[in-house]
Design a protein around this ligand. Structure first.
Ligand code: FES
Length: 102
């Protein structure tokens, strides 16, 4: 069954940027895009790079190591050298808090 984990205050998610948060004993990446919040795994599927150190443009997060890009909405790998999509997690906003289904 889906477990909704409280991650951070909604106000703590930057607009047009990415942050790392702790949720359920693990670290995930949260993205603020056009008033919405998206969540993905934090480690790139290509190598040992943290997407929270990458660059967010629209819905695309660019890995800081080899510039692979994922769509934060569905985790789709958009270009080489990426071969694998990244895991995404449903997000819910309630009482000013961000909850993530892990
Ligand atoms: Fe992310 Fe290579 S580690 S593109």
């Amino acid at each position: 069954s889906v477990q909704w984990i409280k991650a951070i205050e909604r106000a703590g998610v930057p607009e047009e940027d990415v942050i790392a948060v702790q949720a359920g004993g693990r670290e995930i990446a949260l993205y603020g895009v056009e008033g919405e919040v998206y969540a993905t795994d934090i480690l790139c599927t290509h190598g040992n790079a943290r997407l929270c150190d990458g660059f967010l443009t629209g819905h695309e997060i660019e890995c800081p190591l080899h510039q692979g890009r994922f769509d934060v909405r569905d985790g789709r790998a958009l270009c080489s050298p990426l071969r694998e999509n990244i895991a995404t997690y449903p997000v819910r906003i309630e009482d000013g808090m961000v909850f993530v289904a892990l």
